[in-house]
Ligand binder design. Sequence first.
Ligand code: ZN
Length: 106
Amino acid sequence: MAKVHVKAGDLVEVLSGDDRGKRGKILEVMPKKARVIVDGINIQKKHTRPTQTNPQGGVVESAGPIDASNVGLVCPSCRKPSRLGRDRSADGDVVRVCKRCNKAID
Ligand SMILES: [Zn+2]
């Protein structure tokens, strides 16, 4: 199974495609498909019929999944999309580390 390097709630930057350079928070990770849904990225318009919950119907915009390899985690310390390493914290947990500034991200 493909490993996804990011998780829900992470701030990421899109590295390729139409939304390149945009940033958003990961809303959902789909590990089996190696895809992620990022807030405000890959907006897809859906035309919906009026329903009881949405009596107006019309166009609904929602973020669509993109390939996880097209996003880079934005390091909270240096504010740049960064490659990640792994390290162990003092209490033995595996933490993700920014390879740019060597600070733990989790
Ligand atoms: Zn960093």
